[in-house]
Unconditional design. Structure first.
Length: 95
């Protein structure tokens, strides 16, 4: 009996896929020529920052005040509990 062997078909890439990878390589090489990866990063950051919707001055001041008040409340809360626990620890040492 003859032994039959089965081989896995080799994946074929189309010309379009080859062109796509060639385009990606050429784009990468152009980016590397114009400042490297760091330059590309900063160019992309600049584009993205242009898309940001910045708040108006009134909204910014209001949000800042909310954050400051919340920080003050949290600081007072933590300070009071610290004072309570310090007092309890001192009383426990004296007893």
């Amino acid at each position: 009996m003859a032994k039959t062997t089965t081989s896995k078909p080799t994946p074929k890439t189309s010309r379009a896929q080859n062109r796509g990878s060639a385009v990606a390589r050429s784009t990468r090489s152009q980016a590397m020529q114009r400042g490297g990866r760091l330059g590309t990063f900063f160019r992309e950051v600049r584009v993205e920052m242009g898309k940001v919707t910045w708040p108006e001055r009134d909204e910014l001041l209001q949000s800042t005040m909310v954050v400051l008040v919340a920080c003050i409340i949290a600081a007072v809360y933590i300070g009071v509990w610290d004072l309570v626990w310090a007092t309890l620890v001192d009383l426990a040492r004296l007893g």
